[in-house]
Design a protein around this ligand. Structure first.
Ligand SMILES: *Cc1c(COP(=O)(O)O)cnc(C)c1O
Length: 372
């Protein structure tokens, strides 16, 4: 069998895309807030059920922008079980990340641990909806209100997720989504900030274009503009998002069916009603039998040696990264550490075949036995 990659970008039909970009040859408008860009934002607003969306060249620049325009200072409470982008965005804005441990249940911020980390320097909470599982948004909102803190969600994994019958983007002061090729929904590269406070719209509009306003330069902005070809890809893929998620759900169902009950292995999804509101962004499993500490790595190596690209996301946790050595909050986050040492993410993308899932599961089961 050919190598099975961890992820593969969803693409629209070739003709759908070429059709979408045709008028660019009439207008020559290729970038800088053109018609596709603006249309994409309108479509995103509807899909995410928010008053405002601002698209960016990628999710990371959207995250840096939102932290910057909120004019935060001092300390920000966040989690280390995430992609480096979250921590980098905080540090690159001159803020100090304070790492809250995560819950072993959903890998998200442990809301019972937030309040003990709040000091008079704390200005925001930046939680992550890890692998598309919604954080405990209600409790986070209560804590934030009580302590006058902003809440910015790193929702890079959570496009299409619903919670309490609402779009996940309805929670917090702003949510940042990534449209990178490896995500559930992609525009090749891209991202957006979603919010209900319309005052932010104009600020982001200027901020992502060097901070330029009509008369002067108002902000020390960045260049985060999304071009028309990218926006067109986003518009095409957004037409098929329901279908993409449905296909992923079927694959996850098959994974769960095959892997449920395998000794020493835990699957995260229960496929109950709550799971119906998910987006099936990833297929995480935990490899833990309480006996062998290195079993996850053995299984990971076995799979990769056999052409199955599984990933150890997120390992190491961001508070253990070399680039931050000696710089950051050193409080231990034992759950985050434990998860990062036992987790394995399996290949999952829209066009993966059920037969490939079977093939992967056969290898996992075999490898689990071999590496007892
Ligand atoms: C992908 C990702 C980002 C960054 O998004 P890009 O579009 O790749 O810049 C941020 N946070 C998390 C958790 C991510 O997985």
């Amino acid at each position: 069998m050919d190598k099975i990659f961890f992820s593969q970008a969803s693409l629209p039909k070739f003709e759908e895309y070429t059709n979408e970009i045709k008028d660019i040859w009439n207008t020559h408008w290729v970038t800088s807030m053109g018609p596709k860009h603006n249309f994409f934002e309108e479509e995103l607003k509807k899909f995410l059920e928010v008053k405002g969306t601002s698209v960016f060249v990628n999710g990371h620049s959207a995250l840096e922008a939102v932290i910057s325009v909120m004019r935060l200072k001092g300390e920000v409470i966040t989690t280390p079980f995430t992609f480096v982008s979250t921590t980098h965005a905080i540090v690159r804005n001159g803020l100090r990340p304070i790492f809250c441990d995560v819950s072993k249940k959903d890998f998200n911020i442990d809301v019972n641990r937030i309040e003990e980390l709040i000091t008079d320097k704390t200005t925001a909470i930046i939680p992550v909806h890890v692998f598309g599982s919604p954080c405990d948004v209600e409790t986070i909102e209560i804590i934030a209100k009580k302590n006058n803190l902003k809440v910015i969600y790193d929702a890079a994994h959570a496009f299409g997720v619903r919670y309490n019958g609402k779009s996940i983007a309805k929670y917090g002061d702003a949510s940042v989504f990534s449209f990178h090729a490896s995500k559930v929904f992609n525009s090749i590269e891209g991202g957006c900030v979603a919010y209900d406070d319309l005052e932010l719209e104009e600020i982001f509009y200027k901020f992502r274009n060097f901070g330029i306003s009509s008369q002067n330069v108002e902000y020390i902005g960045a260049n985060g503009k999304m071009n028309e070809f990218v926006a067109a890809m986003g518009v095409c893929n957004l037409r098929h998002i329901e279908e993409m998620i449905k296909k992923r759900r079927e694959l996850v169902k098959h994974y769960v069916l095959r892997l449920k009950g395998v000794q020493g292995l835990n699957v995260m999804f229960k496929l109950d009603d709550a799971d119906l509101d998910r987006n099936y962004a990833y297929m995480p499993i935990l490899i833990d039998d309480g006996l062998c500490k290195t079993r996850r790595d053995k299984v990971w190596m076995d799979l990769n040696r056999n052409g199955i690209q599984a990933m150890r996301y997120f390992y190491p946790t961001t508070n253990q990264l070399l680039c931050y050595e000696g710089m950051l909050d050193t409080r231990p986050t034992p759950n985050a550490k434990w998860i990062s040492e036992h987790i394995l993410l399996l290949p999952l993308y829209e066009d993966l075949l059920v037969e490939q899932v079977d093939y992967i599961c056969d290898y996992i089961i075999q490898s689990m036995k071999k590496n007892l």
